[in-house]
Design a protein around this ligand. Structure first.
Ligand SMILES: [Mn+2]
Length: 429
């Protein structure tokens, strides 16, 4: 999945939270042994909130969780807003989070027989075990929120919320004389660095995703429709217990592959087409993001192979260059994007590389991040150069999801072949 633009903004520096990833497997084993006795401690929600409270020390931070009713919910189901989940681990709808430097409160809806009738039993603020279940020492009913917000505002001058959400307008009404600032950069700083447990979840989503791609390879043939390949891939993800796809699957045959976010998936495939599949699962809240481009009839044509080899060489060059200190953004020092662009320019194809080189992956397929910040060990990003030639009706993208390590990179999707000879071998039958 391709990220649109690399936005530039002001980002605040935060210290890392949770164990950073280090390469040796025995470290992982030791770490797992260490956390097993601490039930519920695998994901350091409390430490993440502490980091936000420390960083946004001049203000009150408010996040609204997903609500039960609303547009699209009947179609999509109720999934927690990812920043809210990152800081709380709380999945039930209707919650509000208030953080200030001196305290933190989780607000929950009171028990409702009507809500339970439709969507099942839920936790309530007066449950005896609510502190243990939520990880908050203070849990209050949502109707106390405005009162507690006023208490916090008496002590701290600024208000932080997620920009671009209805929360901002709501806070401006509740605190009309205060500036409502964006909490996202501070939270993004934390989310960029994955813990061992987060990497394990992304790896699992990636393993399922690879299985889905292999199933598609086993089925592809001329005469099938793109959506039939989509059905095969989604079936694998759901069969493995993953809750949904990480984004609308891009199953683009022939000329459709030049449309970067193609999603209708209605076309009937022809022999001689390339098929670009940018498809991944979301499992236990974590996304993967993998793209392969294969020949529908099992053999690359000479021209397809020529272009494929150029994209693959660029992709491998960038993967080889990933290490702490490198950057995803364009026009900066240590830019991974520039490595790919220069490679394409050597073949006079730079104008056909029309998107960014990659993005962070986590709870969201496009995880929030500061695009200008250099990579660090523990970050998970994609490497996805591509060439799109509308005049020839050819689009080729090769995308792996990779973990930045102290010494370089570990390719989480390395089990899915990308060498053309291996692809052709896998398609032979
Ligand atoms: Mn992507």
């Amino acid at each position: 999945m391709i990220k649109g633009s690399n936005g530039r903004g002001l980002y605040l520096r935060l210290d890392p939270v949770g164990p950073a990833y280090t390469e040796p497997v025995w470290m992982l084993v030791l770490l797992l042994l260490a956390v097993i006795p601490l039930i519920g401690a695998e994901f350091p929600y409390s430490a993440r909130r502490e980091a936000v409270r420390t960083q946004l020390e001049d203000g009150v931070t408010v996040l609204w969780g997903v609500v039960e009713q609303g547009s699209g919910k009947q179609r999509s189901g109720v999934f927690q807003e990812t920043n809210f989940f990152y800081l709380t681990g709380w999945r039930e709808p209707g919650a509000i989070l208030l953080l200030d430097p001196s305290r933190e409160i989780l607000f929950l809806p009171r028990r409702s027989a009507e809500s339970a009738k439709w969507t099942g039993p839920k936790s309530a603020p007066d449950d005896d075990d609510i502190a243990a279940r939520s990880g908050f020492s203070q849990v209050q009913p949502v109707e106390h929120f405005e009162k507690e917000l006023r208490v916090s505002l008496e002590r701290f001058p600024k208000v932080y919320a997620l920009a671009g959400t209805p929360a901002t307008g709501r806070l401006k009404q509740l605190a009309p004389l205060r500036d409502v600032l964006n909490a996202q950069p501070a939270i993004a700083r934390l989310r960029m660095r994955k813990t061992v447990e987060e990497v394990a979840r992304i790896q699992h989503a990636t393993d399922v995703t690879i299985e889905a791609h292999r199933a598609a390879w086993g089925r592809v043939s001329a005469g099938l429709h793109e959506y039939q390949i989509g059905a095969t891939m989604a079936a694998i993800a759901l069969e493995r217990g993953c809750e949904r796809m990480a984004y609308a699957p891009i199953i683009a045959s022939g000329p459709n592959a030049v449309t970067l976010h193609y999603w209708p998936n209605r076309r009937r495939m022809d022999s001689g087409d390339l098929l670009l599949m940018d498809v991944a699962a979301e499992c236990s809240g974590y996304a993967s993001d993998v793209t392969r481009t294969i020949p529908v009839n099992g053999r690359f044509s000479a021209r397809q192979r020529e272009l494929y080899d150029i994209v693959l060489a660029a992709q491998k060059a960038v993967v080889a260059a990933v290490k702490p200190g490198m950057r995803l953004s364009r026009g900066t020092v240590n830019s991974l994007y520039e490595i790919a662009l220069q490679h394409f320019n050597r073949h006079e194809l730079g104008q056909y590389f029309t998107h960014g080189i990659g993005h962070h992956v986590g709870l969201d397929v496009h995880d929030p991040a500061d695009p200008l910040q250099p990579l660090e060990a523990g970050m998970v990003v994609t490497v996805e150069p591509g060439l799109y030639l509308p005049d020839e009706g050819i689009g080729i993208r090769i995308e792996d999801v990779v973990l930045v390590t102290e010494t370089g990179v570990r390719v989480l999707s390395s089990a899915l072949p990308k060498e053309p000879v291996e692809i052709e071998k896998a398609l032979r039958r």
